[in-house]
Design a protein around this ligand. Structure first.
Ligand code: SF4
Length: 149
C-alpha cells in the first residue's frame, strides 16, 4: 500500500497518559471499530454500552470510548488497564492517518505528545505495522473492508 510517513521522526512513549484524557485546548475522542469494542467487551466482561457510546457519521468507527472526569474509563493509576486490547486510535497516537488525494495515505503527528523527538528513529516498518493492524481489524467488522482505510 502506498503511504507517506514523517522520515527520520523519533518517538518513545513516556507513559505520561496525556493521550488518554482531555487537555485544556482539546477534547480527546477515542473512537472504536466494531471489532475493537467486541474484543474489549470480551476481555473485560463489560457490556459495550458500559464503556462506549454508539456514534454515527464516523465510519469506519462505531463507538466512542466513555470518559470519567475527562479521562478514559480504562485509565487506572495513569496506566492503560486494557493495553493489550487498546484501540487503533491509541496505538496510532501520536500519529494519525489521512488520505491524500491522488497520493495514497499519509501519516502525520501531533506535537502535543512529549514523546515526539525522543527515542529511536521510526522506520517504515513501524508504520507498516500500524497499517496492517488497522487492516486486520477492519476486515473483522461485518460489512467493513479495506477500502474504508
Ligand atoms: S502523550 Fe505521548 S508520551 Fe504521553 S502516553 Fe501518550 S503516546 Fe506516550
Amino acid at each position: 500500500m502506498r503511504f507517506e510517513y514523517p522520515r527520520g521522526i523519533r518517538f518513545r512513549c513516556l507513559r505520561c497518559a496525556l493521550c488518554c484524557m482531555d487537555a485544556v485546548s482539546r477534547e480527546r475522542r477515542i473512537l472504536l471499530l466494531e471489532a475493537e469494542a467486541r474484543r474489549i467487551s470480551e476481555a473485560t466482561s463489560l457490556g459495550i454500552g458500559e464503556f462506549a457510546l454508539e456514534v454515527e457519521d464516523e465510519s469506519p468507527f462505531r463507538y466512542l470510548m466513555r470518559k470519567e472526569d475527562g479521562r478514559c474509563v480504562f485509565l487506572r493509576d495513569n496506566l492503560c488497564s486494557i493495553y493489550e486490547f487498546r484501540p487503533i486510535i491509541c496505538r496510532f497516537y501520536p500519529f494519525k492517518l489521512e488520505r491524500i488525494s491522488g497520493r495514497g495515505l499519509r501519516f502525520s503527528y501531533t506535537e502535543e505528545c512529549p514523546g515526539i523527538g525522543r527515542g529511536p528513529r521510526l522506520r517504515r516498518i513501524y508504520f507498516e505495522g500500524l497499517l496492517n493492524h488497522l487492516e486486520e481489524n477492519l476486515m473483522k467488522a461485518p460489512g467493513n473492508d479495506r477500502s474504508q482505510i
